[in-house]
Design a protein around this ligand. Structure first.
Ligand code: SAH
Length: 457
């Protein structure tokens, strides 16, 4: 096919859909063009900035006809910031986009046909929902400290701490740390040269407890005058834990392995659905606790437990899903790769008086095959909640050998979800329910929970 567009020329097109990064997708004489900014059904004028064999990229010049779903972004830095991608789309439109994304991925990547995806469950108030903030620290153009967020597709730090998705207490925390860094001229970390000290500021807040943790990530083991900083921060209401995290690696992974407590406890606590959890800095914990309750209740509901089941909770983190299931099942066995998270999980079971949950540290794809080979572990229900890359093939193979009646898959990436569900389908399972739950309003991230059940012969 001859390419109907040329670089540096201006074209008009109508956007048909949003891609996986929230970008508009349209066509010019059948040729696919990606444009950042416009919404479906919008007619736009674009400048072609890149032309490849089968697709191109356009830069938005003008919206000729706006969608009724278009909204004015509520954040002053919505355009520069890499955090939100969908502020210009109504919340209703965002939910519809997420529902469709799951369906499209299941059909396109997973090869499922004519499936029903339940409409994504949204929030009544889709703001200030995050319990965790991570602010990179870098250099401003004038040489001062930039504390804020990364600009889109870059590691340039934009200086601002006000974010409508975060808890308001962050403003005060960042203000205190900024004053401290300036006063003592503590060097910020330079990512390119791998020099300097302060890399990131992380905060976590327990929604139910009001407890706050501040974690300062440094390229070293000592923060000069840290006792003065701790002394200032601990006056904030709710401050419970102030820690340093040591990350000396040349990496864009935020946290290193070592944690040094400067003040207060090593963990903070939070409750989900009446279950209390201790959360240490290195442990994963869902960022939107309100929607996490919705998600986990749904996961439990889908499993239809009668009280006699054995449940495997793989990628269990601090045992959140495990303890939800332990209330309804006979026995739960959780597996997780981060040792600190498993230590939290065991404490959490004890703290809530849960006697029927056990945990093991290790990669699920190693622990589960080994236990299956050595002890022939059996399970009625297997729950998986993997990171974005999805489940390891070895793990999926072992789950098929274990042959549970039900598999509940909690996913934060519908593309790897679709790939893994196709493997389970080939292994004799059928898709029963797909329910997206919006954990990340204003962003393109999609969380969902899926039930598959074994096809009886
Ligand atoms: N179910 C938990 C955690 C989900 S996040 C919750 O909802 O809170 C995914 C978890 O998988 C993280 O805790 C991560 O540390 C863990 N993980 C990553 N790779 C793993 C692997 N190969 N085996 C086991 N756990 C893994």
């Amino acid at each position: 096919m001859t390419i109907p567009v040329e670089k540096n020329k201006i074209y008009e097109l109508t956007v048909e859909a949003l891609g996986s990064g929230g970008e508009g997708i349209g066509r010019i004489d059948g040729f696919t063009v990606f444009v950042e900014g416009p919404l479906p059904e919008e007619k736009v004028r674009v400048l072609m900035v890149k032309v490849k064999k089968s697709y191109g990229y356009g830069k938005l010049l003008e919206i000729l006809q706006a969608s009724p779903q278009r909204r004015e972004p509520f954040c002053a830095v919505a355009k520069q910031c890499g955090g939100c991608q969908l502020q210009h789309l109504s919340y209703e439109g965002q939910l519809a986009y997420k529902t469709r994304k799951v369906k499209d991925d299941l059909e396109r990547i997973g090869g499922f046909r004519n499936i029903e995806v339940k409409p994504a469950i949204g929030m009544d108030e889709p703001y200030r929902y995050r319990n965790k903030a991570q602010f990179p620290v870098g250099r401003r153009a004038d040489g001062g400290y930039a504390i804020g967020f990364y600009a889109k597709r870059s590691h340039r730090v934009v200086d601002t701490s006000v974010c409508q998705l975060q808890n308001a207490c962050n403003d005060e925390i960042v203000r205190i740390i900024r004053t401290f860094l300036e006063e003592f001229r503590v060097p910020f970390y330079d990512e390119e040269r791998h020099t300097g000290l302060v890399r990131h500021i992380l905060t976590r807040i327990g929604r139910k407890s009001g407890e706050i943790m501040v974690c300062i990530v440094i390229n070293g083991r000592k923060l000069p005058h840290s006792h003065i900083l701790a002394e200032r921060l601990c006056r904030i209401e709710g401050m419970t834990s102030i820690v340093l995290n040591v990350n000396r690696e040349r990496t864009n992974v935020i946290l290193g392995q070592e944690v040094i407590t400067l003040w207060g406890k090593d963990t903070i606590s939070d409750a989900l659905d009446g279950i209390w959890f201790e959360i240490s800095p290195l442990s994963f914990y869902q960022v939107n606790p309100l929607q996490t309750e919705v998600l986990y209740r749904k996961a439990v509901e889908l499993a239809e437990l009668m009280g006699e089941e054995t449940v495997l909770d793989l990628y269990c983190g601090i045992g959140t899903i495990s303890l939800f299931f332990a209330r309804k099942a006979k026995k739960v066995f959780g597996v997780e790769i981060v040792p600190e998270a498993i230590a939290d999980a065991r404490k959490n079971a004890a703290r809530n008086g849960v006697m029927n949950a056990e945990f093991a540290v290790g990669a699920a794809e190693e622990v589960v095959p080994r236990l299956y080979a050595e002890q022939g572990i059996a399970a009625d229900v297997v729950v998986v909640d993997p990171p974005r890359k999805g489940c390891d093939q070895r793990l999926l193979d072992t789950i098929l050998q274990i042959s549970p009646e039900k598999i509940v898959y909690v996913s934060c990436n519908s593309a790897t979800l679709a790939r893994d569900l196709a493997v389970l389908r080939e292994g004799g399972y059928e898709l029963r329910e797909v329910q997206p739950v919006d954990q990340f309003p204003m962003t393109f991230h999609v969380e969902c929970v899926v039930l598959m059940s074994r096809v009886r012969n």
